[in-house]
Write a protein that binds this ligand. Structure first.
Ligand code: NAP
Length: 281
């Protein structure tokens, strides 16, 4: 049994935000982030509020567009176009999920790739796969920084990523590949997930199933990144990993809450600053 380090995402995110605040203070024009919120989903409202507050904290201007749940595809498209055309706006975030029957896949692709701070447009996905400079999705970007806070050189490590969403699993795998890891992607059809996870030097879980990853699935000394956010019946949050069982086995693990979550917002701010610098260059 060895000590397991709890990776303090809050502290690492605070350091990143402080660096960004310094960069913003030195810029001729304040970067701007626009958030489009459609409908009244309570969780989305909380996320948007937190994002706007975080922008204020580093000196980024925020623009907000709230549309009713019954907004049409063309009304949302018009909002996106208006922000695409607005020179004070450097980043555009369309808060997902969108109410039925809006087609998020079509609307996201309407965002100007230079302002796509979620990294979901095809040019940014392509840049990531090609190993070129683009805007990288925030949660995997933040997760990689947490992994590198434990170990800088990931070359040759076996990384297992559970979950293959476009928002997280796929870009996470690409980022780890870019760090010269040997990457295995697992998903709902993967066979013998426990045995696969037990081979992982780096284990990243992004499924959305409470404590699915058991202690005995974890290779001794592994770095474990718990991306899942699950609400228990008593209202408290937990991740996809049985954290208590991982203690003494893993080398380091992210807590839920206070691990990946704070990094997601900090990386959104980082992407906005990056987009602003590139647009003013
Ligand atoms: P998602 O789109 O629902 O994807 C979930 C993935 O898990 C899918 O690829 C699915 O496989 C896989 N899966 C489902 N059941 C499985 C099983 N039994 N064994 C192995 N894989 C299984 O979710 P997401 O958007 O990637 O998010 C995943 C989790 O991360 C959620 O809890 C979400 O709240 C959290 N999250 C947190 C943050 C943050 O800032 N902290 C940001 C983003 C997401 P198939 O593809 O085969 O269906």
């Amino acid at each position: 049994m060895s000590d397991t380090r709890i990776i303090d995402g809050k502290a690492i995110a605070a350091t990143l935000r402080a660096e960004l605040a310094e960069q913003v203070a030195g810029m001729d024009r304040k970067p701007g982030l626009a958030v489009i919120l459609v409908g009244d989903d309570p969780a989305s409202q909380v996320y948007v509020r937190n994002k706007i507050k975080a922008c204020e904290g580093v000196g980024i201007r925020s623009f907000e567009s709230r549309l009713p749940a019954k907004a049409t595809q063309s009304e949302v498209a018009a909002e996106i176009q208006a922000f695409n055309d607005n020179h004070a706006v450097d980043g555009i975030l369309l808060q997902l999920p969108l109410p039925y029957p809006l087609d998020a896949d079509v609307l996201v692709q309407m965002i100007d790739p230079a302002k796509d701070v979620d990294g979901l447009t095809l040019p940014n996905i392509g840049a990531l796969v090609a190993g070129m400079d683009g805007l990288v999705p925030c949660t995997p970007q933040g997760s990689l920084q947490l992994i590198k806070s434990v170990e800088e050189d990931l070359s040759g490590k076996h990384a297992v990523v559970i979950g293959r969403s476009l928002l997280f699993g796929k870009p996470m795998a690409q980022l780890l590949l870019g760090e010269n890891c040997t990457v295995t992607m697992a998903h709902s059809r993967t066979q013998d997930l426990a045995a696969l996870c037990a081979q992982a030097d780096i284990l990243v879980a992004a499924v959305g199933r409470e404590q699915m990853v058991k202690g005995e699935w974890i290779k001794p000394g592994a770095i474990v990144i718990d991306v899942g956010i699950n609400r228990r019946e008593d209202g408290t949050l937990c991740g996809d990993v049985d954290t208590d069982a991982a203690m003494g086995v893993a080398r380091a693990i992210t807590p839920v809450p206070g691990g990946v979550g704070p990094m997601t917002i900090a990386c959104l701010l980082a992407n906005t600053v990056k987009a602003a610098k590139r647009q003013s260059a």
